[in-house]
Structure formats: C-alpha cells, structure tokens
Design a protein around this ligand. Structure first.
Ligand SMILES: [Zn+2]
Length: 509
C-alpha cells in the first residue's frame, strides 16, 4: 500500500480567495483520502511562499520520502507543491527514480507516465510563470513610471496617487497643511510645534500619536517638494507639480541646519560667543552680578562680559553689558550711509539691474547649452549600458554624477533668472544695511537684533578693555572711507560685481 503525505501550503502573499486556507485544504484532503482509500502517514502544513526554494517543511517531506517513510503525496494542486523550477525538478526527479510513485490532487489529474510528468512539469512552471510574470509586470510598471518621472510608490505627504491615471497629484487639503508646516517652521523653528500643529489638524502617526520628529524632519527636507526624488540609488527629475516655493524650501533647509548645529554655551546672554579676547584669544563669556542696595533694600542683577581665560593667564577685566552694547552700536553707526544718498543709490541700482538682465539672458543661454551637452552624455552612457559595454554600477554612478551636474546648472539658471545676476543680491543687502545702520544704532533695539546686525556687517570681533573691534565685511569699509568726499556708489558696487564693464563712472564718484 502506498503511503501518502498530505502537504498543504498557503503563503501570506496569496491573499486571493482562489487559494483555500490551510485548514480547508487539510479538511478537503482528509475527505479526499477517505473517499479514495488512501493511506496517509503524515500531514504537513506550511505557510511559506513557493516562489523560492528552501521551504523547511517541504524539504523535510522530501527527506521522509527519500528515507522511504512515504512514497506518495496528496496536495490540493500542483502549484501548492512548487512554484520554482528547483523544487518542481526535485519532485519530478523523485518520480523518475521511483522514490515517489504517485501524486494526487483533487484539482489536477496526475498520471505517473511520461505524459503525466510532462503535464506536471508544465503545471509547476505555470506556477513559476505566474510568479515571474507578476513581478515582471510590477517591475515593468515601475520602470515605465521612473522613465516618465513619476514616483512609483505611495505618494508623499501632501500628494495622492491618482486612482485612474496612477500619476502623483496634489492633494488639495493635505498640500495646504504641508505648506503651512514649512511656513510655520520658518517662524517657530521647532519640529515639536509642527507635530502639534498637524495633530490639531488630525494628522497622526502610528497608534493615534502625534507624528514623530524624524518624520517631520524628513518631510521638511524631502526634495520631492522641489520636484526631485531618489529611488533605488538614483535621482530622478519628477514630473509632479510642486506647491512649495523654492525660496521657502531653501530657507527652511538653512534653518534646519542652524538648529541642528550643536549649541555652544547659554543662549540666555545675547553677546556670548560674539567676540574673542584681544589679549589671549579666548572666548568672551557672560555672568550675572547681583547687587544689593542697602539704602533702598533692593536687589538688582547686572550682566557682565569677560574673557573666559581658558587659554592661560590674561589680565583683561569685565565689561558691563551696557558698555558692550554701546561699543556694538558704535561699530554699526560707523558704516551708516547718509539717508540723503538713498534715492540716487536706488536709481543707479535699478539701472544696474536692467543692464544685468541682458547679461543674464546671455549667460543662461550658455548654461542651457551646457545642459544639452549633459543630456548628450546621458544618451551616450545609456547606449553603452544597453550594449553591455558599461557595467551597471558604473552606469548608475555616472548617471547620478551627470544628474547632479545638471541639477547644479539648473540651479544656476534659476538663480540667474530669479536674482538677475549673482552680485545684485548681496549688494542690495549691503545697501539696505548701510542705510538702516543709523536707525539701528540709535534705536533701543533688542540685544539679539543688535548682535545679528553687527554680525552681518562685521566678523572677527575682538574685545580689549572697554573697546570692541571688528573686520568689516565687503563694501562697508569702502563706503565708510570714501564717504567723506563723495557718494561711493560705483566704487562699492564694483567690489560686488568684480567683472563689471560699465563705462559710466563719471557719475557720482
Ligand atoms: Zn583674555
């Protein structure tokens, strides 16, 4: 009498209704064995995929058969036994050498003849074909999407997968939330507040908890919002629409960098870390002195700044915060330009801007040619890759390099078109500050503002006794030194635009 092993399998990836559950398979097969008078020695169940060889229970079944404990298998269908050529081949080999004498399937007729084995091998490979085809279709779909610049997976936050076109489209409601997050971050500079904001709008992470901060960070730094995405080691230029302005995105990136810099000492004091000691080069720190006034019976706190003296002996003494403040104000007011010049400077600057626009269109034309050159490189590279002359890893690497290069050029074009010449913006900032300086120095502004203004006009602040010194940044020195004689617009401007070829320096300077 032949000894049958009942083998039942259903893997977790077979969620389809066509495949019976393991329990039903067992029940059906027991019933089948009973009505066909089959002698069953063992029932084996397995919830693993048959796509790849290496199923544990399947192998132990083959071992039992090899050892002669059984010589036949009863299973629901051939595809329960094998969906890959290795396992299918083993079954057929066992049939060939007589270790297996019979296979029975309620849903598939098997006859142990050359014809029957042929049909069986087809049934096994049909299973394989189904699996191969499925993954091939998925792969093909992904490749096609990548080629079209479509993100192939679940749409990022603020977008949705269109159910019909399968494109990535903007989700009206969520995109508003996302862009609010960017603006909010710029104001609050806090991931926690973003998480709270989203929670108040019913956007949660797992288990109904507020989104964790890593996810917030990932969203705020996701270049997808700038039209790029990274998939399996490669950067792609997406074709999805963007709803975050580039300027906003860039500002958020630099704010994130700032808050992620490890903080130095206490930020409670506005001017710590601003200057170094002139005598020993150590940092300047702050401390609070408490003073008690006997006559009026009250306490008062005063902030003082001093050298940390961490680098050795130093004879420097304290400076009060008020004195330090007036030193900073002196430095700022030194770069102030008279407001009577402002209208002329503005006018000249507008003229410069127009001139620059001409130059810009010339330059961007050149950049566009460079991009064409990069595109040509890509197509040559792809040809080499397809013909097999180029190794896939090298191909990926090179392609990414070219992509980055193109990205850089594209950014240059964007900057050119947006700002109209690279030097205009810093120069405009300079003018803005130089005309603002007098007010800042005169007003009673908060200490943080004073500090940041000082840092925007100078660097390398050095404290000696009660006197603060700095190296002025580009433009301020020239503007100051020439101020006495004439309005130094053109002299200063040419510092910013070194390659200027302007004829008219007859005006004003
Ligand atoms: Zn010192």
């Amino acid at each position: 009498m032949d000894k049958y092993i009942i083998y039942c399998r259903k893997s977790t990836d077979e969620a389809t209704k066509q495949v019976l559950s393991i329990e039903s398979q067992v029940a059906e097969l027991k019933e089948f064995a009973k009505s066909n008078n089959l002698f069953v020695t063992e029932i084996i169940t397995e919830s693993k995929t048959a796509k790849e060889p290496g199923r544990e229970k399947f192998n132990s079944m083959l071992k039992s058969i090899e050892e002669g404990k059984a010589n036949a298998i009863l299973s629901w269908h051939a595809d329960r036994l094998a969906r890959n050529s290795v396992d299918g081949g083993k079954i057929i080999y066992f049939l060939d050498i007589g270790k297996i004498v019979d296979l029975k399937f309620p849903t598939f007729w098997f006859d142990n003849t050359p014809q029957g084995k042929f049909m069986l091998s087809i049934a096994f490979s049909q299973g394989k074909y189904y699996v191969d085809n499925l993954s091939e279709n998925v792969k093909r779909g992904i490749r096609q999407k990548l080629r079209l610049g479509i993100w192939p997976l679940k749409a990022p936050f603020g977008y949705k997968n269109h159910p019909v076109t399968h494109n990535i489209v903007i989700d009206k409601k969520l995109s508003k939330l996302v862009s609010n997050c960017f603006t909010l971050f710029l104001n609050e500079k806090s991931f926690v507040k973003i998480s709270r904001y989203l929670a108040s709008n019913k956007v949660f992470g797992g288990k109904g908890k507020p989104l964790d901060l890593t996810r917030i960070r990932r969203t705020l730094t996701n270049k997808f919002y700038m039209g790029q995405f990274f998939y399996k080691g490669e950067w792609y230029k997406g074709t999805h629409k963007c709803f975050i302005p580039k300027e906003l995105f860039d500002s958020v990136q630099s704010e994130i960098k700032k808050i992620e810099k490890p903080r130095t000492d206490g930020h409670r004091f506005a001017f710590t870390g601003l200057a170094r000691c002139a005598e020993c080069g150590a940092a300047i720190t702050a401390e609070i002195h408490h003073k008690y006034y006997k006559g009026t019976d009250r306490c008062a706190d005063y902030t003082y700044y001093r050298c940390t003296k961490k680098l050795g002996k130093c004879s420097q003494k304290y400076i009060s915060e008020d004195n330090l403040k007036s030193e900073i104000k002196r430095i700022i007011s030194a770069v102030a330009l008279p407001s009577s010049w402002q209208s002329d400077w503005k006018k000249w600057f507008e003229e410069d801007k127009k001139l620059e626009t001409k130059l810009v269109s010339q330059k961007s034309h050149n950049f566009e040619n460079e991009i064409k050159l990069q595109d040509l490189k890509v197509s040559r590279l792809t040809d080499g890759y397809i013909s097999g002359d180029i190794d896939p890893e090298v191909y990926k690497l090179k392609k990414n390099e070219i992509f980055e290069e193109k990205q850089k050029i594209a950014e240059k074009i964007a900057v050119l078109k947006e700002k109209g010449g690279l030097w205009l913006e810093p120069f405009e900032n300079f003018m803005l500050r130089a005309f603002q300086a007098r007010k800042i120095a005169a007003k009673n502004v908060v200490a943080e503002e004073l500090r940041s203004f000082a840092k925007s006009v100078g660097s390398n602040f050095i404290l000696e006794g009660n006197s603060l010194q700095t190296d002025y940044k580009l433009g301020y020195n020239t503007a100051c030194s020439e101020r006495a004689q004439n309005s130094p617009y053109f002299a200063t401007r040419s510092l910013f635009a070194k390659r200027r070829r302007r004829d008219s320096n007859s005006r004003g300077c």
